[in-house]
Ligand binder design. Structure first.
Ligand code: ADP
Ligand code: MG
Length: 202
């Protein structure tokens, strides 16, 4: 048996992470792989509870430092309860967002706390994905898609175009700094075109 893979999808809000992670999971399942499709923030019962605490929409609720601790606690629970057990059982794990989102979002909002993010990751998480798809695209189009989406599954669309542009550059920098695991995907295409490029990594 091949080593079970931990695969993540990253990118700005509206770039198609949820769409493409579902499609890739469906494809791998159709090929007979046992796949756990999960997401952050959340992905385990405890982490989903912490998600509700963090994503209050009230910027005064937590200090930036406390918010990073909550994201780390949530990720630790996700790792312990969902990701590690699935990998140990030989399953493929696909996560819609993971640690790169914290790196990029905290780097964009509080660049001075980036060392804290990295130190906590080393101390409490330690795991990096085997493969990360970073979906890169025009922020204006991504914002339109995000606003058009009905489910409200993600709060990040509230931040506006300038912030999306900053995040985009954060994800691009991260992709270039981690070429061993990051694949840059052009999201300015139809879902079918994007899925068929990603399908080559099955
Ligand atoms: P994310 O999870 O990155 O925020 P989603 O997968 O939820 O993005 O996609 C945002 C919205 O755009 C959804 O309504 C989705 O159906 C739509 N969408 C996703 N990919 C594409 C695409 N390649 N072209 C046009 N619309 C898309
Ligand atoms: Mg999503």
């Amino acid at each position: 048996m091949n080593k079970p893979r931990f695969i993540t999808f990253e990118g700005i809000d509206g770039s198609g992470k949820s769409t493409q992670s579902r499609r890739f999971a469906d494809q791998l399942r159709a090929q007979g792989q046992d796949v756990v499709l999960t997401r952050e923030p959340g992905g385990s019962p405890g982490a989903e509870e912490i998600r509700q605490l963090v994503l209050t929409g009230d910027p005064e609720r937590w200090s930036p430092e406390t918010e990073i601790l909550l994201f780390t606690a949530s990720r630790r629970d996700h790792l312990e309860k969902t990701i590690e057990p699935a990998l140990a059982a030989g399953k493929t794990v696909i996560s819609d967002r993971f640690a790169d989102s914290t790196r990029v979002y905290q780097g964009a909002t509080r660049g001075d706390l980036r060392a804290m993010v990295d130190n906590l990751h080393k101390l409490m998480i330690g795991r990096e994905p085997d493969l990360t798809f970073i979906i890169d695209m025009d922020p204006a189009t991504a914002l339109e898609r995000g606003l058009a989406r009905k489910s409200g599954e993600d709060r990040f669309e509230d931040f506006g175009l300038g912030f999306q542009e900053t995040l985009r550059h954060g994800f691009l920098a991260l992709a270039h700094a981690n070429p061993d695991r990051c694949i840059l995907i052009d999201g300015n295409r139809t879902p079918d075109q994007i899925a068929s490029e990603i399908a080559a990594y099955a």
